[in-house]
Design a binder for this molecule. Sequence first.
Ligand code: FAD
Ligand code: SIN
Length: 557
Amino acid sequence: MTSRSDVIVQAAPVVVVGSGAAGLACALALAPTPVTLLTKTPLPDGGSSLLAQGGIAAALGPEDSPERHAADTLAAGDGLSDPQGALDLAVEGIDALGSVIAAGLPVDREADGRLALGREAAHSQARIVHAGGDAIGRNLVATLLARAAATPSVRLRPATLAVDLVVEAGRIAGLLAYHRRWGWILYRTPAVVLATGGLGVLWRETTNPAEATGDGLAMAARAGARLSDLEFMQFHPTALLPKEDAGGARLPLLTEALRGAGARLIDREGRPVMRDSHPLGDLAPRDAVARAIWRRRAAGDEVYLDLRPALAARGPSAFPQALSLCRDAGYDPMSEPVPVAPAAHYHMGGVATDAVGRSSIPGLWACGEVAATGVHGANRLASNSLLEALVFAERVAENLRRAARQARPQTWAPARISPPSVTWASEMMPPARDRLRALMSHHVGILRQGSGLAAATEALEELEARFDLRTGPRKQGDRAGFEDLRSWCELRNLLLAGRLIALAALRRAESRGAHFRSDAPRRRGDWARHQSLTAADLRHSPLAAQSVQSAAREGLT
Ligand code: FAD
Ligand code: SIN
């Protein structure tokens, strides 16, 4: 047991977890309310936002309208997108984008000063706003970070890992974190905003950065929050395959904007891959393209992306990242097509929230990829996620401020808390993580089937049982052990998130959007609904019940 004196206790009106687009935008929108913003990486690194290439969707073209944008969002969502949410996203997104442009986002413009609008799959109009060609993410995060650094109410706390939520009397009372140098910190706070991003690391092939380990989802699950749409994981069709096996490292993304500008998917003989697979060809919805490529590769064929038509049409300066990613991997995209494969990319599911980002636990809010707002349904429309992050961050901030004015002051003080402590050897973590990722890729990937999902749920349960949730890595308490503690926490979170996703996928006995079951390949009317779960649904495991109750909460007396 760690005594209270080992833990720094700090009061904070609001704690935001995550320094991606959602977390930064939310902290800024909360000003002048003081916000403590934690992020587990050093700044400015961390998160998927930085890596975004395609752009931000906004209905700004002469033929476009928010209604059209919403209609495309609903079509991609395959019957599960919330119509009002989709329309609100399209309408409010225009203002949200306007605000970041006013704050300095250097968007690409035509010679006459109008915004240059690109095209992406499943968008009926050209409506993708770019910055620095294919570098929207870097530019957006730089713009938001510069504003945050100049906003006194935002206290940035890099290298601080959020570990668990503290729930008292059914509502948020705090958050337990670990700082690289200072060690354990208990934030006493009535309001936590999760903006922790996605969980692509659960699969062996992913476009996501190493920190996308589902921490927010798992923390919320352990605290008992309702989760929704967990089975819907989007696989991006065109991750660049390196010449050597990537060994599970992040695969570079080749943006869909390339296909929007004319790049073609071809086989070894140069024949178009999508011609007979979908009427929209290379610009078919992302799930259809990903499945077509997956099937070809499973049959032993390679699939290539020929960037040359796009580079000829738009010029190399439109795609600086794509060019350098290809060259870094040893390819010359000006003279040869490059090999591609689908990779885990975006989680539509997450912490279930209402229209303003409130979770089922009072005081717990979520925005960005970790949230399931219902807008994306079973499949997200390309370039709608940065937009959603900006719009819902704003909504959370507005409503949280209102809630904070009505909140009663907190009176509790923790007598002692029990952060996870000692025994699991850190050298056992990488094999467990590899096994988890292999299971998810094999059974809970692009093509799923009931028997595989059932096998995965059991195997994951066993794996979790071997990984003792009551204890932490051997070096706990040793302040030099931040990386060990982080790996341990991430593995614990990945295991819980993986089990929940496999269970949700097993239960949804149909195919819809990004969730494809070869044993139930059609949509079913009785499944035209969201599926919500809590960690208590994993009731087979004796450890599940413990994992529902956060470690921090158990120790409060
Ligand atoms: P993130 O940007 O992922 O940020 C999460 C933050 O939480 C990080 O700072 C991380 O360090 C922190 N964090 C996580 N766990 C903890 C913890 N336990 N303690 C402390 N901090 C923690 N979407 C688009 O709309 N357009 C695009 O062009 C586009 N391109 C993409 C390209 C790539 C390669 C990828 C991977 C995604 C792309 N997406 C795109 C999706 C989009 O980038 C993400 O959905 C979006 O950026 C998520 O933003 P976020 O703020 O929710 O999370
Ligand atoms: C891409 O650029 O292809 C990814 C865009 C997105 O995920 O929205």
